[in-house]
Design a protein. Structure first.
Lengths: 279, 510
């Protein structure tokens, strides 16, 4: 059983081809620029959102917030007023229940991607879901912040075709400032997964002034360059956008220029990366 | 009314029609000349039509697609271009080409002489396969590029249709690359797509091109290549017809207008539909007999005499429009809330109507149409510009689109009824441009569900698909200002945009 924030039945941005994406609730990082920060923590049933819901879709039931999907108008007011970086609109599913929900998608998708939140926090669910997906000939990818020690979990990697790894900052201090967490394991994972041919993609969000963007791009591409021969690794460079970012960061951060994005891309290309995508 | 009075009345009408054409600044000289040449055929009859046919036409339940009662050449022709390049053409004094330059010139000269309803060729052939043997030319890219520009400028009509695939070829890849750059509305292109034959990277290249300029479309090659005994091609909008043949004519049943006369769905299916189809088939047969036996085409045209077109490879098309509105109207008449695409009962009714249509069309035997066992074929007609509130073929109405997968699955249920062509259109937002493989997955899924034909374009593209043909949004703006544009059928697109909801078509997000 896992707490699921959302299931998207068709996505062109969560790995190769058309995929279903399952977003799990809960993250062990707390990135300042997170654009869906309602996925970070679990609901603590404080009830703040109940009174503010304009559609009357939320109520307290046996001490927890209950969400009536049929009455929900999708205004996201509950998410905006949540003092806890959580959402009342989550659901518990077993892996089989999720696969049942994806049944009608099967002719149209080539795989599934688990994302979040940080999906590795609900590792048992992910593994079982991947096993079910494999039985339906779907490819399986994980989005991860790299805080999980993949090297110690060969069972998971057997059914996971690849990891799309966030490299938010190469510099340790910068990483801690942004996420509240150390990045030693992230970098260890980058090398381990690349060596094992399981590194599908790395991605970095570019935020001018706030992060050492070019330093991150230069050092991670140098680190991974020797493993590009194992398999090509896509590098997705994502321009910071204020959409969905929480206060006070939304107004503190600004988006990079096209030239700043191009400069980062050039660095990656110089270090041997061929598939560098700007978003 | 005596004959002389009748004649004067006709002359007055004719004068008005002529005047409206020759004073219209939004027509080029050639467009005006073609429109004028069609006029007299609306004023003369060469065979007697039945009163039942005339009544159904006047009520708008049947429609002859502005063909008039007389045609002196087939509506859609798909010449055998392989034969042209292999053997040359005696009438045009063309020898078999030896180089890419000669092959392209041979095609260009030949295209000039292909009749159709538009007076332009509606089928250019499987151009990739035709030119592949000559692709060792070091100037191939420049030659193909100027060929594609030549087509856009000299065949100013996007019913003109080029086929590619299913195999990937050097010529095919180069044509798609050049079109991605040129972004022309002409020609229309279809990839005959078989996921087991067409490499993924070529299909992805084609999707990327379609997201740049609304072509190519994708035809379900596995399904289509089993339809006829001889090879097929995609011509005009998306008409699947035998190569070295085509279709004599196309007339249509307007289901929604016919349904307005029904007491209930049983009355519609049992009485009205069979009667209307029978009346229409009899008319089509009269028209074919005149065309084949009396007019000059099949007796003297060089395309027939030299075997580029063969009488036995021609069929005729019974078009259908307004299924969405027909089903909803019948449901309303029975006091049911069911809506086409949204309820099992409504979709069951649609399938029952399609089965009845197929049976009625199959019950009529033609003296001709040998390639389809002497029967006419069902066609999901894309509509004409005056069809306000009537959806093309069996398409779900714009504004009522289903979620993507449900919509594709619905297509998979209705498409197989339409032997001689059907198709649906799915515009995507700009996200898809970064991952064309995702759209290829969607197409594969649709085809696995029985879908026959898939078109796409990007919401930010200038070239868009109107109903079955391509037009530039910038040309529609010019026509709106009374300024002529080279493309003849941009005028139809302008009418569709004015009357229909083309710009409101649901944009899909992946």
């Amino acid at each position: 059983m896992a707490l699921v924030n959302q299931i998207i039945h068709s996505s062109a941005v969560d790995g190769p081809g058309n995929r279903a994406a399952v977003f799990l609730q809960g993250c062990n990082f707390s990135c300042a620029y997170c654009h869906n920060s309602e996925t970070i923590r679990r609901c603590v049933s404080c009830g703040t959102c109940v009174e503010r819901c304009p559609a009357g879709a939320l109520r307290m039931q046996a001490g927890t917030v209950a969400w009536d999907e049929t009455r929900c108008c999708g205004c996201d007011c509950c998410i905006h007023v949540c003092p806890n970086l959580a959402s009342p609109k989550t659901k518990n599913y077993t892996p089989q229940q999720v696969m049942d929900l994806l049944e009608a998608d099967l002719p149209f998708i080539r795989g599934i991607t688990t994302s979040g939140g940080e999906c590795s926090l609900q590792r048992d669910f992910v593994l079982e879901l991947f096993q079910l997906a494999k039985a339906r000939r779907l490819s399986t990818l994980m989005d991860s912040n790299g805080s999980y020690d993949f090297a110690r979990d060969p069972a998971l990697l057997q059914d996971c075709d690849g990891v799309m790894l966030d490299v938010k900052a190469f510099d340790r201090e910068a990483h801690i400032r942004l996420t509240g967490a150390d990045n030693a394991l992230v970098l260890k994972n980058a090398v381990f997964l690349a060596k094992a041919g399981k590194l599908e993609e790395i991605r970095t969000v570019i935020v001018p002034e706030q992060l050492p963007n070019e330093d991150t791009v230069a050092r991670i591409t140098s680190l991974l360059r020797p493993y590009l021969a194992v398999r090509p690794i896509r590098y997705k460079l994502i321009a910071y956008r204020s959409f969905g970012v929480r206060a006070p960061y939304q107004t503190q951060f600004r988006s990079p220029s096209g030239a700043q994005m191009q400069a980062c891309r050039e660095i990656a290309l110089r270090n041997g990366f061929e598939d560098v995508v700007l978003i | 009314m005596d004959t002389e009075e009748n004649f004067m009345l006709n002359i007055t009408d004719l004068k008005k029609d002529v005047e409206s054409i020759i004073t219209n600044t939004a027509l080029t000289n050639e467009q005006a000349a073609f429109n004028l040449s069609a006029l007299p055929l609306n004023y003369v009859e060469f065979f007697e039509t039945t009163s039942a046919f005339r009544e159904l036409c006047e009520a708008g339940c049947l429609c002859t697609m502005s063909e008039g009662n007389v045609t002196f050449h087939p509506r859609y022709t798909l010449p055998d271009y392989e034969k042209l390049l292999r053997e040359g053409c005696a009438f045009l004094r063309l020898a078999p080409p030896k180089t890419l330059f000669e092959a392209i010139q041979t095609l260009e000269m030949f295209y000039r002489h292909i009749p159709s309803v538009t007076h332009y060729p509606v089928y250019l052939g499987s151009v990739d396969k035709l030119l592949e043997p000559y692709m060792d030319d070091p100037h191939a890219y420049e030659l193909l590029r100027s060929f594609l520009i030549f087509l856009d400028r000299t065949i100013p009509d996007s019913y003109c249709h080029m086929n590619l695939g299913p195999e990937a070829t050097c010529a095919g890849r180069m044509i798609v690359a050049i079109e991605t750059e040129l972004k022309h509305a002409i020609p229309s292109i279809t990839l005959l797509y078989d996921p087991d034959v067409t490499p993924d990277d070529f299909a992805e290249q084609c999707v990327a091109c379609a997201l740049a300029c609304a072509k190519p479309s994708f035809a379900n090659d596995k399904a289509y290549r089993q339809l006829y005994k001889t090879p097929y091609g995609i011509a005009s909008c998306y008409n699947a017809l035998p190569v070295a043949g085509g279709s004599f004519t196309l007339s249509r049943v307007v289901l929604s207008r016919l349904a307005a006369r029904a007491k209930d769905s049983e009355h519609f299916i049992r009485d009205l539909l069979p009667h209307a189809v029978q009346v229409l088939c009899e008319y089509i047969e009269q028209k074919i007999c005149f065309l084949v036996e009396k007019s000059h085409f099949f007796r003297s045209n060089f395309l027939v005499q030299e075997g580029f077109l063969r009488l036995e490879n021609f069929t005729a098309m019974v078009g259908v429009v307004g299924m969405n509105e027909c089903v909803n109207l019948l449901m309303e008449k029975e006091g049911k809330p069911d809506r086409y695409g949204y309820s099992e009962a409504a979709d069951r009714l649609a399938i029952a109507i399609l089965e009845r249509l197929r049976a009625c069309v199959g019950a009529f035997t033609s003296k001709y149409c040998a390639c389809t066992d002497h029967h006419f074929t069902l066609h999901a007609q894309v509509g004409i510009d005056s069809d306000a509130g009537i959806s093309p073929g069996a398409r779900i109405a714009i504004g009522s689109e289903l979620p993507l997968y449900a919509h594709l699955t619905h297509c998979g249920k209705v498409h197989p009824f339409f032997t001689s062509g059907v198709g649906d259109i799915f515009p995507f937002d700009a996200t898809a441009q970064r991952n064309p493989a995702a759209v290829v997955d969607v197409i594969k899924g649709g085809f696995s569900q029985g879908m026959r034909y898939f078109s796409t374009y990007s919401s930010d593209s200038d070239v868009i698909r109107i109903t079955g043909y391509l037009v530039k949004k910038s040309d529609i703006e010019k026509l709106d200002g009374g300024i002529a544009v080279p493309q003849a059928n941009a005028m139809w697109g302008y009418g569709e945009v004015k009357n229909g909801k083309v710009y409101d078509r649901k944009v899909r997000h992946l």
